[in-house]
Design a protein around this ligand. Structure first.
Ligand code: A2P
Length: 259
């Protein structure tokens, strides 16, 4: 049996010249946990061209969703930007990843720090009722260069609160806090700077980060991951892993490493 399922593209949404998301059919046997990634790709010259992508859809949805950056010369992403409804893509039968709540100890607040398309795994995390049953507050921090890059904002603030399954949870427990660094916006600055200065906590009305009570997931560029990790380690946070849950986990956003 092949390690891949053949799926069909159901919809494509171009957020900006650089950002695209798309949905596909989902083989009923494909299982994943919120926050995980899988390998997806296209067959090109009869050879599969595969890359890792986080699952942006909820584990209970009957379609899959992916959020990708378009790299002009990227072997796969340059082709993904041509993707249209009805096209076939291949999706691994397996999903994996560290950004799952089971890799974190129980706590009071869950912070999801995502920059750029590093938001993707957190879209499945915030659509999962288990996230809200585990944590009292869930703060989603999305950092981008430009306002136009703040994809999914409307889904998070407009649609999610009235969602049949997680609407009540999202209304009362989810704090969505977008920030940009290269436009004027109501909230500006790098997430790491907003944490270090304490401005984040006065803005979202939560106490400063505390390893005893707070848990953190990080997903973004290697530089963001490095700096956010340093910040957390300096505050006494311990990194978690499979089989060893602790206080924070991270994953580097994929497109930057292998486009
Ligand atoms: P900045 O505009 O100051 O570089 P990118 O598209 O490069 O992944 O960046 C997405 C967002 O993450 C931008 O707002 C960017 O800010 C920010 N960012 C990049 N590197 C870091 C870092 N080392 N620490 C915190 N934020 C970062």
């Amino acid at each position: 049996m092949s390690n891949f399922n053949q799926e069909r593209v159901l919809s494509v949404h171009h957020w900006t010249d650089n950002l695209v998301s798309f949905t596909t059919t989902r083989d009923p046997s494909f299982r994943f946990r919120s926050g995980e990634f899988t390998m997806i790709g296209l067959t090109f010259d009869e050879r599969p061209l595969l890359r890792a992508y986080s699952l942006a859809s909820a584990h209970y949805e009957n379609r899959l969703e992916f959020f990708a950056i378009k790299v002009p010369d990227g072997p796969l992403t340059s082709r993904l930007q041509q993707l249209k409804e009805g096209d076939e893509i291949i999706v691994s039968r397996k999903a994996t990843g560290t950004l799952v709540i089971d890799n974190l100890e129980y706590g009071r607040n869950l912070y999801l720090i995502g920059t750029g398309t590093g938001l993707a795994p957190f879209l499945s995390v915030i659509k999962d009722p288990a996230t809200y049953l585990r944590f009292k507050n869930v703060a989603l921090l999305h950092g981008c260069r430009r306002i136009e890059d703040l994809a999914y904002g409307e889904m998070i603030t407009g649609k999610l609160p009235s969602d049949e399954l997680v609407g009540d949870f999202a209304r009362y427990q989810l704090i969505y806090h977008p920030t940009v660094t290269r436009d004027r916006f109501w909230n500006c600055g790098r997430i790491t700077d907003l944490i270090a200065s304490g401005k984040l906590f006065s803005d979202i009305e939560l106490p400063e980060l505390d390893p005893q009570h707070d848990r953190v997931m990080i997903c973004g560029s290697p530089a963001l991951v490095r700096d956010a990790r340093e910040l957390l380690v300096a505050k006494g946070f311990i990194e978690g892993n499979h089989g060893e849950p602790a206080q924070f986990v991270f994953e580097k956003e994929f497109a930057e490493r292998n486009n």
